[in-house]
Ligand binder design. Structure first.
Ligand SMILES: [Ca+2]
Ligand SMILES: [Ca+2]
Length: 332
């Protein structure tokens, strides 16, 4: 049986190292009217010859950092039309290495800022066994090319701070690249201060890149399991510009107000002290009845008013996913 699937993250692993390239990013600084050169190596790791083709594409990232790919010329700051690679197709013998030459011709009069494209290096489709069937997999590697015409100042705004999970606390920090320059490392931190002015948590997220004009939600995880009370949350973002961005907000953690979800049942209980109330019917045991009870009350005011007790996935909402996780804890 033959089934055609697009090459996905899952399937790329099936091919192992079919072929490799020696770099995944090219970062060039340019002036309008100049032609820049870059090069990279493609190596065939397979024991048989591989047909390689190269082509250009546009790309950007969504608000959560996932790459999105488009035909050349789609994004506003595309450098695809300026960029060429040679050769665009060749056969590599087993273990063979080939150098690819790239050029970027920056048009005269190009305004300052970062422009970008991606060079795709694609192998030939192969049939690979996967879960008892043969699937067609095409390996493709992208080399991102950034071209920055100076002077391109770094500019950014901190646009939001949203607490999601409480056990432990994590939050989204929303950043926007409002300047013309690609920002390679945007670093967000979160500090939690209690009413006595003591810092009770301080955490940083791994730096993320952000393209000009893009917004990005950055997840900051802490290890704080907050007691009920009033706090100040302070988010900061260092994007490599002149000033550190900061946003402060008052944050209240209300005490739980748990009551039996149905008449005749007990008050929900946290059996192991982890802050999650898995014993939903309060009988001292974790059983199928707890999952069934929560399933009947997923959207009830009693559950919503005590979100963190039942938010087993710690994502700020109580839904089917929490039920799934609770059920998984039931099975031995
Ligand atoms: Ca129970
Ligand atoms: Ca949840």
């Amino acid at each position: 049986m033959k089934r055609i699937l697009a090459a996905g993250v899952l399937l790329v692993g099936l091919l192992g190292a079919a072929f490799e390239v020696n770099l995944l990013e090219v970062d060039l600084t340019a002036r309008p009217g100049v032609t820049l050169a870059f090069s990279f190596l493609v190596r065939n790791e397979l024991p048989q010859p591989e047909q390689i083709v190269l082509y250009l594409g546009d790309w950007d990232r969504d608000e959560f950092g996932e790459n999105r790919f488009y035909p050349p010329g789609t994004v506003g700051r595309s450098a695809s039309a300026w960029t060429a690679v040679l050769p665009t197709s060749f056969v590599l013998g087993p273990g063979e290495v080939r150098e690819v030459q790239g050029t970027v011709q920056v048009p005269p009069g190009t305004p300052p800022g970062t422009y970008w494209t991606i060079v795709f290096v694609q192998g030939e489709p192969r049939l690979v066994p996967y879960q008892g069937i043969l699937v067609t997999v095409t390996r493709r590697i992208g080399i991102k090319v950034y071209v920055t015409v100076e002077p391109a100042p770094a500019r950014g705004e901190l646009r939001g701070l949203e607490v999601r999970g409480l056990n432990p606390l994590w939050a989204w920090v929303k950043f926007a690249n409002t300047g013309p320059r690609n920002l390679r490392e945007v670093k967000a931190t979160l500090r939690v201060v209690d009413v006595q002015g003591r810092t009770v948590a301080e955490a940083s997220a791994a730096p993320v890149p952000c393209l000009p004009g893009a917004e990005r939600w950055i997840r900051v995880d802490t290890d704080l399991r907050p007691s009920p009370g009033v706090y100040q949350l302070l988010a900061t973002v260092d994007y490599g510009g002149e000033a550190l961005l900061a946003l402060a907000t008052r944050w209240v953690v209300r005490p739980l107000s748990l009551l039996p979800l149905e008449a005749g049942l007990g008050v929900p209980r946290d059996l192991d002290g982890d802050g999650f109330y898995e014993d939903v019917d309060g009988d001292g045991l974790l059983t199928e009845a707890d999952a069934e009870l929560l399933a009947r009350h997923l959207a009830s005011p009693a559950v919503r008013a005590n979100l963190r007790a039942f938010d087993f996935t710690n994502d700020g909402v109580v839904d089917e996913e929490d039920l799934k996780l609770l059920r998984r804890r039931l099975s031995p």
